[in-house]
Design a protein around this ligand. Sequence first.
Ligand SMILES: [Zn+2]
Length: 353
Amino acid sequence: MTEIPLFLKSLISVSGLSGYEAPVADLIKERWRPFVDEISLSRVGSLHGLKRGTGKSPRPSLMVATHMDAIGMQVSQLVDGFLHIAPVGGIDVRVLPGAEVTVHASRSNEELPGVVVLPPARFLPESAGDKILIEHLLVDTGLLPREVTKKVCIGDLVSFANPPLELAGDVLSGHTVDNRASIAALTICLEELQNKPHVWDLWAVATVQEETTYLGAYTSSFALRPQMAIVVDGTFAKGPGANGWQTSAMGKGVGLCIGPNMHPFLHKKLKELADRLEIPWFLDVSLGDSGTDAFAVQVTAEGIPTALVEFPIRYMHTPVESVSLKDIQRVGRLLAEFVTSLEEDFFETIVWE
Ligand SMILES: [Zn+2]
């Protein structure tokens, strides 16, 4: 069995900012290779692993899609040896000052350690007030200005560098838990399926660019044309100051999303299955586009019945996103059981209700 904390930590420690996923794709590919019959990269860099079912050909297929890209930063300007940065994806700028980062210096092909800094408040324009704006943030690498210009250029990537940390209570905290924790869950699913025959084909997919454009979700759905899809992603966990209806308790089970982005029949089937397996679950209401790959998958081609399975993350889009490892284990198990539960004619039984 995969040691989830260990594997998740290794996934987090490899870079793969949105649009630049190759390093993490390599790692996932090696991990999935023994569990699937075929594995390849799509034209835009998403990873497609095919685990063939036992049904007669042509077999229906289920795609389980997890995005592998991460939020981060990109160098926008070099000023006196300091780097100005722009966000890659929806980064929470308020927590950036003090962050440890890696500057992926393209001129020298080096990974430079750096820290994100904010000039003292008294030197910032009065109009800045108490707000932290990305325009005021800088990355300090400690290098002299001429060394910086020799090594770094505009557009170079800057990723978080803080190592993941195991907190008490089975919680892992670190950057990029969104969405490498889903990759870990899908890996658990693939592992479980080694001893469980299934009739349908399974496409295990790690998509690119969820945080920025949905590129991977659109293109993989179109290329693979699965009969149905399940997307796995994080949702907002309850915590201090975050207790509204849009938040869910961490460590208490699997999130089953409901709303116009989800196929009601698939949602119902997942609920029934979770009940049968005594996997705790909670409802997560999404009012429209869920803001995940599930949207892109649902609207591809003639429309693909899609469900969204979630796990709560605390401190979303910060360098200390936190997740309950128990929830990840549960998501993996639910996915595997769903795949094995699919009978040959399941697709014909689907109704929109
Ligand atoms: Zn995500």
